[in-house]
Design a protein around this ligand. Structure first.
Ligand code: TRP
Length: 337
């Protein structure tokens, strides 16, 4: 069996960018009987830059879990667990912290970019916890002897850092840890409604999986269109229009061809075009919304799934921990439970 590990920080609901990126990869991976996938809800990592807002992190643990279940992550095939409830990963983080220099963490491109973006939280001096989150992410992965880590491009330096920690550990304490490989998402990153390269909560340009029909319509109405097209009969350029960009993702090819042609000829107005898009997005997300509604009404089921998943995850992490402690000569009371 191939262990696969990936996860998200619970800082907000998941959006259609996640859906076309990581979620579809995960759905495919859980169908391969050779795979043993784990998804962690990284609440401890979320706290590294939200330590002053624990309520937000707690609330989103459940929201993200419901998002997973609503898109079809199947708890019988994928183990979903809460990071903080597997304390072995925190213990491993401490052990690994001896194997990483501060300079190396400061050079990590992902961490560097994030620190620059989070000036209002960290000011001029970043916390030890945030600087060190790649170490804790290495613990997440190796606690499960994860071989494959499906992630977006931005996470690649974190996986590389994990590989270095593994090599260092194994060279000092013996061949215990498994060196993981990143599996980069093949689907392209979805742009925001405003044309920004990235869709995100903080950018306010995202359509969430949980959005209602009305919310979707309202957001699509605000999408950026060809700035040179002012009146309906101006000839439009769909290549610079976010509405056509989303039509290509959500509408049947025939419809795409038709709206683009009519736009270029100045025959279709943006409002009609947007309404049609909103309907197609809404129809695509409808089954997800319906499943979400079910889980919102059966929260005890969601909690049960998280509890069971966490129990299973912890068992796996404990087995790794035993090997690690033995290798590090920290196995003092052999028979102690
Ligand atoms: N850093 C990831 C993110 O921000 C979340 C994460 C935590 C993760 N631990 C992980 C991803 C382990 C893959 C493997 O989305």
């Amino acid at each position: 069996m191939r262990r696969i590990l990936t996860g998200d920080r619970p800082t907000g609901r998941l959006h259609i960018g996640h859906y076309f990126g990581s979620l579809q990869t995960r759905l495919k991976m859980q169908e391969d009987p050779n795979n043993e996938p784990y998804i962690l809800i990284a609440d401890v990592q979320a706290l590294t830059d939200n330590f002053n807002n624990p309520e937000k992190v707690r609330k989103n643990v459940r929201e993200v879990a419901i998002d997973y279940l609503s898109v079809g992550i199947d708890p019988n095939k994928t183990t979903i667990y809460i990071q903080s409830m597997v304390p072995e990963t925190a213990e491993l983080t401490v052990f690994y912290s001896n194997l990483v220099t501060i300079a190396r963490l400061q050079r990590n491109p992902t961490v560097k970019t994030e620190i620059a973006q989070k000036k209002e939280i960290f000011g001029e001096s970043v916390t030890y916890g945030f600087l060190g989150y790649p170490v804790s992410q290495a613990a997440d992965i190796t606690a499960f002897e994860g071989e494959l880590v499906p992630v977006g491009e931005d996470q690649e330096p974190l996986i590389e850092q994990c590989r270095e920690i593994v090599r260092k550990f194994n060279s000092i304490y013996g061949e215990v840890l498994v060196e993981p490989k990143a599996v980069l998402s093949t689907t392209k990153r979805i742009k925001g409604l405003d044309g920004n390269d990235k869709m995100g909560k903080s950018l306010g340009n995202a359509i969430y999986l949980a959005d209602s029909e009305e919310e979707i319509l309202k957001k699509v109405m605000s999408a950026v269109t060809d700035p040179n097209r002012i009146k309906k009969d101006d000839l439009g350029n769909p290549d610079v229009c976010m509405v056509s960009y989303y039509h290509k993702l959500f509408s049947p090819q025939m419809e795409v061809d038709e709206v683009c042609k009519e736009c270029r000829e100045g025959k279709r107005g943006c409002v009609a075009c947007k309404k049609q898009l909103a309907k197609n997005i809404s129809d695509t997300l409808k089954p997800i919304r319906e499943k979400r509604k079910y889980y919102e009404e059966h929260l005890e089921e969601v909690d049960k799934i998280l509890e069971e998943g966490t129990k299973k995850a912890r068992k796996t992490a404990r087995e790794t921990m035993k090997k690690v402690k033995k290798a590090m000569k920290l196995d003092y009371f052999e028979n102690e439970e």
